[in-house]
Design a protein around this ligand. Structure first.
Ligand code: ARG
Length: 520
């Protein structure tokens, strides 16, 4: 076994490992060697096997509590109402949920925040589109996201032929921004409908938010103070065309429009300040695709210029694009359609498979399996990579998909149910002599390191790879380490080991955002 020096120092509770090396190794740690290489000074040592085995069985599935919890805000998913919930939002949703779950598992205090885009000239377009298409509120209620989107698309089409539409849309938005009550009332109702629909889809993904906030919370009349502060600190100044701009690396960046209305950036500045007041975060993550890198760079720069000491706590978690994702039947990119398609394929598979052990009728298990596939497909690669979406690889039974994780988890459940043994309450390390048991224990022992590494790099693939590796070892061990037909002691110890593995697999799957099944 080998550990980085500072981990070993932490483990031993010392600050200077070389001091420790002068002390004679005791019973727990034997044969310490200091191995130096240029990149990483490592120390290797042996520890007493029975202590190791007991420690893994008792502790590996739970987080350690050797640090003080931090306040973490994760801004993720954050779709725009009236524009489709596109694939960038799907990635943000899945990655952001993973980051939140991981930090909660590591016992940090996490606020999951959905910052819904419901402001800007686009909302003027929606208003115009709705008027032109003569949609009544009751129509919108039935299918809010699609109809608001249709209105938006319709108005944009009209604007191509008729430039006056653009002005009309701007006028409509200005009415909202300056708070014309009737308009605001209608528009609030549409937001409620849209939120309900979003929540339904999030439920299917097993995702909840602690807080919904809206870009409209930071409309011009709500954030005058912030804009005043930007002026007072000379961060923004009037440009020739009446806009107020900031200079960032010699580029002019608009912060307030000439008619006094706000921009995405303005609202994000105000939102960050507001969130710090509310949550005093140690870190705030924005899970948003690569295309907004400049936006977050500018946002941080402006907060620094405002002398806000916490500006450095903002982190943009960026990711690449998914290409070619549409349903098999067409080109729709609404998330609901994608999830429906996955579920239907899974139901078909369940009907065809001779080993299906659960009732198929309500489609719930098929839905969970479909969602598992979409999540694992998303999280198994480095997030900065663009990738091509391919239905066949996503829903594969063999290979590294969500189905494999679910399948192994189910196998461990049926083992306990059908073995006739009960898991031991106390671990007897001497029983774990089989090489397959020891390799499984070694893999289990790495769970914490994997979580810390995934958290340090903000990369889920590290955990996904680990879980597949763990599944390989579990499946080998299931063949080699019989539970049925061995002596009661051996059977109950082995079951204890398999249950520990199941716990680690379950925790890992839940961190990814999967709902582990007991039968499929
Ligand atoms: N609604 C934005 C979009 O779809 C993403 C918002 C991300 N969060 C933020 N605080 N800017 O592009």
């Amino acid at each position: 076994m080998s550990l980085p020096l500072n981990d070993l120092e932490k483990l031993l509770g010392v600050t200077n490992i070389t001091e420790v090396l002068k002390i004679q190794p005791d019973d727990i740690i034997k044969n310490i060697h200091l191995v130096r290489d240029r990149a990483n000074r490592r120390i290797s040592f042996e520890i007493d096997k029975s202590i190791f085995v007991k420690d893994v069985i008792e502790n590996c599935a739970f987080p350690d509590l050797n640090y003080s919890p931090k306040n973490i805000v994760v801004d993720f998913s954050s779709p725009n109402i009236a524009k489709p919930f596109h694939l960038g939002h799907l990635r943000s949703t899945i990655i952001g949920n993973f980051i939140s779950n991981l930090n909660s598992f590591l016992r940090h205090k996490v606020v999951r925040l959905n910052y819904v885009g419901n402001w800007g000239t686009q909302f003027g377009f929606i208003k115009v589109g709705m008027e032109e298409l003569k949609y009544a509120p009751a129509d919108i209620q039935k299918d809010p996201l699609k109809l608001l989107y249709k209105s938006y698309v319709h108005a944009n089409k009209l604007a191509e032929a008729d430039p006056s539409i653009h002005d009309r849309a701007k006028q409509e938005f200005l009415k909202l921004e300056t708070g014309s009550l009737d308009d605001i009332k209608d528009w609030k109702i549409f937001m409620e409908y849209s939120k309900e629909e979003l929540i339904n889809t999030y439920n299917r993904l097993g995702i909840t938010f602690d807080d919904y906030s809206y870009e409209s919370d930071y409309s011009a009349k709500n954030i005058e103070e912030v804009i005043e502060a930007l002026r007072a600190k000379n961060i923004i100044h009037k440009d020739s065309d009446g806009k107020e701009v900031a200079s960032i690396n010699d580029k002019k960046i608009s912060v307030v429009k000439s008619d006094g209305s706000t921009l995405y950036l303005t609202r994000d500045i105000a939102a960050a300040i507001d969130r710090f007041k509310k949550y005093s975060f140690d870190k705030m993550y924005y899970v948003v695709d690569n295309s907004q890198s400049d936006h977050f760079y500018v946002l941080k720069d402006i907060l620094y210029k405002m002398d806000l000491p916490w500006a450095g706590r903002l982190v943009h978690i960026k990711f690449g694009r998914i290409k070619g994702m549409s349903t098999r039947k067409g080109t729709s990119v609404f998330l609901k359609d994608i999830l429906d398609e996955c579920r239907d394929i899974m139901i078909k598979r369940q009907i065809e498979s001779p080993t299906t052990k659960v009732p198929i009728n309500d489609g719930e298990i098929a839905d969970i399996l479909g969602v598992s596939c979409v999540i694992v497909n998303e999280l198994k690669r480095r997030r900065q990579k663009d990738y091509e979406f391919n239905w066949d690889t996503v829903l594969q039974v063999q290979g590294d998909t969500g189905i494999r994780l679910q399948y192994t988890h189910c196998r461990l459940h049926s083992l306990e149910k059908n073995s006739g043994a009960t898991p031991a309450k106390e671990c007897i390390p001497e029983i774990f002599n089989h090489p397959e048991a020891l390799s499984l224990l070694k893999v289990l022992a790495k769970f914490h390191d994997v979580l810390y590494k995934a958290n340090a790099q903000l990369e889920a693939y590290i955990l996904v790879n680990y879980l597949f590796h763990l599944c390989n070892h579990i499946n080998k061990a299931l063949v080699e380490l019989q539970v049925k037909g061995t002596s009661p002691d051996v059977a109950s110890q082995r079951l204890l080991l398999f249950n520990t593995a199941r716990e680690v697999l379950k925790n890992g799957m839940e961190i990814l955002g999967l709902r582990p099944l007991q039968a499929m």
